[in-house]
Design a protein around this ligand. Sequence first.
Ligand code: 5GP
Ligand code: MN
Length: 335
Amino acid sequence: MSNILSLFQEIKKLESPKIIITTHHKPDADALGSSLGLYNFFMNAGIPSQVISPTDYGDFLNWMPGEESIINFEENKLMCEKLIEEADYIFCLDFNALSRINDMGGMLAKSKAKKVMIDHHLNPESFYDFEYWNCERSSTCELIYEVIQLWDGSLMNKDIAQCLYAGIMTDTGSFRFPSTRPLTHVVVSELLKFNIDHHSIHECIFDSSTESRIKFTGYVISQKLEVISEYHIALMSVTQDELTRYDVVTGDTEGLVNYGLSIKGIKLAVLFIDRKHLVKMSFRSKGDFPANEFASRYFKGGGHFHAAGGQSELTLEETIVKFKNALPEWAHLLK
Ligand code: 5GP
Ligand code: MN
């Protein structure tokens, strides 16, 4: 395994390197922002690359420069399989376990391409040839900024800055999570020098809901929120029928779990969503509760200390029972 420092020189020497950039399924602003930030960097260096998303993503990310060039794996499996097979380099951004890219994981493992992992989640799997990993960074976008500085900072531009700003802003909860460090603000201040319209970026991401999304959010909060005061937990669950009834589309449930955590005194907020073949869970915590450890122990998941996710093949009701049954063991961190 090599450090990433000399990688750009290596790529520049090649005639026409085939570069794929990919990220985790249902990408959020950090996943897509880091991918398109890197894509725009290569573009500025005169090196074409192709971003492949394992799935679709929310419309609130459509404004990102270069977004129109992204291929959705689920809609173009054969084409993506060929691209992955023939690639020289595959950049894996904002994830570090192949299960996070669904069926693409197996294809990626088989590909002869050199894999480059750039990520800020704990416990990376070792599937890569190059790495730039730091779980102390707020976001993968912050890491991409650092990588660009290491490679050739003169190639930074406004397009790259807009993409990276979006990911840093969302992964830090608009600069309020503990992962926001002095260095984060230094990077953001450098990005702002490219004259990016940070106000519009915030508006595109946070003030672009459909009416049905707001009504769905209101419904879940008013009808589906359960507070378990003994453990300082706020729990919400959504059935398949409710997803259909409110026309819920990709991206609509993003951030919903945070409402639970915004209740005074709550230490752990959980959102359960019944997605046909599996129940998807989001965990958000405050203080000493390790959301990622909990998610990985019971729900094949992971993530960060205060923000993690997982899944279950049980029914929604059984999953909630399993969750509640696990609580006594964690009482010392929740009570
Ligand atoms: P979210 O709740 O927004 O889906 O995810 C929160 C965090 O947990 C993100 O950093 C995401 O990458 C991580 N995460 C979500 N689901 C999973 C999962 O199933 N496995 C792992 N390892 N991480 C997850
Ligand atoms: Mn991230």
